[in-house]
Each structure stands twice: as C-alpha cells, then as structure tokens.
Design a protein around this ligand. Structure first.
Ligand SMILES: [Zn+2]
Length: 278
C-alpha cells in the first residue's frame, strides 16, 4: 500500500502520481490546477497545498454561475475543478482561487451561436470564461485559461422578419458579468485611493518636512497622520507605523523613494514613542 506524501495517510484508490511518490485525493483537491503534479517534489506540493488552504479560508462566495464563483466582499473569484460543481459541495473548497488584483485579462462571453430547434427556433450558445492572471505569491507565474462554463445555454431573440432573428446573450450572463465588473471597479478604486494616499504623504514629507533641521512632535504627528489632539498610546502608535510602512513596502513606487519614506516614518515613530509615559 502507498502512503500520501503530504498527509501520510494510506492510499488504496484514486491516488495521484508525483515526481517521487503519490498523494491522496483529498490533498490533490487542494493543489491548484496550474501545478504539474506529475513532476512536482514534495516540498513544492506542500507549499502549493498551504497556499490553497490559505485562500480557501479567505474566500466566501457571494454569487456563482456554473463553475465560476465570485466573492464580492474580498474581490476574489474561484473555479471549481473542471467537470462538476458538485465537487465543491463535497469538499467545501476550491482548487483555483484568484484575487481580482491578479488579473491581467478577463472576459465572459457567448460563442458558437446556433439553432438547435427541430420544429421551432431554439437558439443556444456556449458560455466561456477566459482569464489571464499573475499569482501574487508565485511571481512570474502566469496562468492563462479558457473555460467552458455552459453549453447549449438558451439565448433570447427577436424576429426581424425575412427569416432573420436578432439574438441577445442570455440574461444570466449579463447579470453575472455586471457583478464581476463591479469587483473590478472596486479594485480599481481601491488602488486609486492607495496611490492618492501615497502621493499625498510623499508631498507632505518632501516639501514641508524633509529639510527641517529639528523634527518636532508636530512633525512626527503629521507623518503618522495623528490629529492635533488625538491621544496616542504605544499600541496605537505601533499599529499606525506598521500600516503606513506596509503601504510603501515592498512593491509600491521606486525603492529609493520607499526607503527614504520608511526612514522618515521610523524617525517620527521614535519621536512619539519617547514621549509616551509608561
Ligand atoms: Zn493526503
């Protein structure tokens, strides 16, 4: 009998071959579909499994269409493994989960429009979902896929006369695309706000403060966005420092700028910290 490389349990059936051994079905369901299991080492599989488990903890779908699930709260989407949406019901988790911010391209569209009616018109299409994403925790990992969400989906149509009909996509697609687009808009706004915020702090520091010879409490409060009379304790101070540092680090803006800003933030932090009575 074989044992699973990842969880160690005995496997009788439905095992999956890896580079040097096997994994069980349960572990397999937690490896993203873009990982080639057949040539993967144990350590890589273990990382991939952890990655999926982490995303599953965050992901809570708010709407779905066939195999495609979206989480409008966290701006994420997930695909249930290929053939059956039922596998999600069975396992309660998804193999492939993405953040909207990881998308490079996306589309939901109808294709292969055809009339399958025998005695009257019955116009159907296939519904496809295409995406290209770059995974945050696996930089340079670009996944590009086109997935068939539904086939023989009935389309709406109007008679135009002369035997011609004018087709429209199924209403469910229009609605679902609107939901998906809403997530994209939310993400864009979030990034815009972040950039505006960074821009404003940069101006503040560069123009007004970076040449001050003596850096005062007011200066430090300004850098860390405390109101004039706002009371500060050590927890609050640390939290604010971490939040602001995080915004600059590590992938936002040019690294020289980010370093200069980090230095100023830490300096302001030290000034305010020295004034807190313990
Ligand atoms: Zn296992």
């Amino acid at each position: 009998m074989q044992t699973c490389e990842l969880c160690g349990k005995n496997i009788r059936f439905r095992r999956k071959k890896t580079a040097r051994g096997y994994i069980c079905r349960d572990c397999f369901d937690l490896i993203p579909s873009w990982v080639d299991i057949s040539c993967a080492e144990k350590d890589d599989l273990s990382l991939a499994k952890e990655f999926t488990e982490q995303r599953n903890k965050e992901f809570n779908f708010t709407a779905s269409y066939q195999n495609l699930y979206i989480d409008g709260v966290h701006n994420m989407f997930a695909l249930s493994c290929g053939k059956c949406p039922l596998s999600v019901k069975r396992t309660k988790h998804f193999k492939d989960i993405f953040y909207i911010s990881e998308l490079r391209e996306v589309g939901i569209f109808c294709t292969n429009l055809r009339n399958i009616g025998k005695n009257s018109d019955c116009v159907v299409c296939d519904v496809k979902f295409r995406y290209k994403a770059e995974i945050k925790d696996f930089p340079k990992k670009i996944i590009e896929k086109e997935i068939l969400l539904g086939s023989n989906v009935e389309c709406l149509y109007d008679y135009q006369g002369n035997g011609k009909i004018d087709c429209r996509e199924p209403a469910v697609i229009t609605t679902f695309r609107a939901l998906f687009n809403q997530m994209i808009d939310n993400e864009v706004n979030r990034i815009k706000e972040k950039l505006d915020f960074i821009q404003s702090t940069k101006d503040l520091m560069n123009e007004n403060y970076s040449h001050c010879s003596s850096k005062s409490t007011d200066w430090a409060r300004g850098v860390l966005f405390f109101q004039d009379n706002e009371p500060i304790d050590i927890q609050k101070l640390k939290k604010r420092r971490n939040e602001i540092i995080k915004i600059y680090h590590p992938d936002m803006g040019k690294s020289d700028d980010a370093n200069a800003v980090s230095t100023l933030i830490l300096e302001a932090y030290e000034i305010l910290k020295s004034q807190i009575a313990y």
